[in-house]
Design a protein around this ligand. Structure first.
Ligand SMILES: Nc1ncnc2c1ncn2[C@@H]1O[C@H](COP(=O)(O)OP(=O)(O)OP(=O)(O)O)[C@@H](O)[C@H]1O
Ligand SMILES: C[C@H](N)[C@H](N)CCCCCC(=O)O
Ligand SMILES: [Mg+2]
Length: 232
């Protein structure tokens, strides 16, 4: 049975891709065979005869197994805008069947663990009638919340955690990321507050690391071993 993790964040640019790479590094370190998905991506470049997304490329470089690009990123849209609007512009309807089919195809490769990166924050519309939380509900994935450390993240983190649980999903843990977007005064006190207010465990803290794409980030997620043990 493939262990599945859905990576959401307090917002777009919270550090989901960095945290997803770190999680893949940590899972690989445990000798697990890993695959990753960015099921819906907006903000893509035309390369090798298709729209390709930078997040999907990072995830593909970090996962230990290989698969064709469309399995990682079945829905890729050029403009860096809300995905349901990008889909509408491309005259494509993002449906539960489409995403479920992609997930089934990836699971057929039988990875030990699958890391799925969302887009934006938790409450992401995918069409007028379908949302990312609805996909997560049916995916069998536990959720990991990435908190981009900046002023305002306490509110975003607590509300996101509450919504994830209210939507019937399991919050397996959270990860603090120093994205470097802005300085964070009293950072440690904010982390302490999050540890106290969020019911799930902190899996680790990823410091600002300019060359993060080239580095193995597994050391920053010591808590991953615990969630693996819990579900062993
Ligand atoms: N720990 C870090 N060290 C250095 N740069 C970071 C770190 N975390 C995030 N960044 C940078 O901050 C930006 C936002 O991070 P990231 O792309 O991971 O966000 P995201 O939540 O995945 O956004 P999206 O919603 O677009 O997928 C990126 O330019 C990334 O390189
Ligand atoms: C293009 C951007 N980097 C993300 N991939 C998409 C962010 C969507 C946010 C939607 C919203 O909540 O307003
Ligand atoms: Mg990303």
């Amino acid at each position: 049975m493939t262990k599945r993790y859905f990576i959401t964040g307090t917002d777009t640019d919270a550090g989901k891709t960095v945290a997803a790479k770190a999680l893949l590094d940590a899972l690989n370190q445990q000798q697990l065979q890993t695959l990753a998905m960015k099921p819906v991506a907006s903000g893509c470049e035309w390369q090798q005869d298709r729209w390709m997304n930078a997040d999907a490329r990072v995830l593909r470089a970090a996962m230990s197994m290989e698969c064709d690009y469309p399995l990682t990123n079945p829905l890729a849209f050029e403009p860096a805008i809300a995905p349901h609007i990008a889909a509408q512009l491309a005259a494509i309807e993002i449906t539960p069947e489409r995403l479920q089919q992609s997930l089934t195809e990836v699971l057929a490769l039988q990875p030990d663990a699958l890391v799925i990166e969302g887009a934006g924050g938790w409450e992401l519309p995918l069409s007028r009638t379908y949302t990312m939380p609805e996909f997560v509900q049916t995916s069998g994935a536990e959720v990991i919340l990435v908190v981009g450390m900046k002023l305002g993240c306490l509110n975003h983190a607590v509300l996101s955690a509450r919504a994830i649980t209210a939507d019937g999903c399991k919050l397996a843990g959270w990860i603090a990321v120093d994205t470097g977007a802005e300085p964070m005064p009293f950072r440690q006190q904010n982390i302490d507050t999050l540890r106290q207010r969020l019911k799930a465990p902190c899996l680790g803290e990823i410091p600002h690391t300019p060359d993060w794409q080239q580095r193995n980030l597994s050391q920053y997620l010591p808590g991953v071993k615990n969630i693996l043990l819990k579900n062993a």
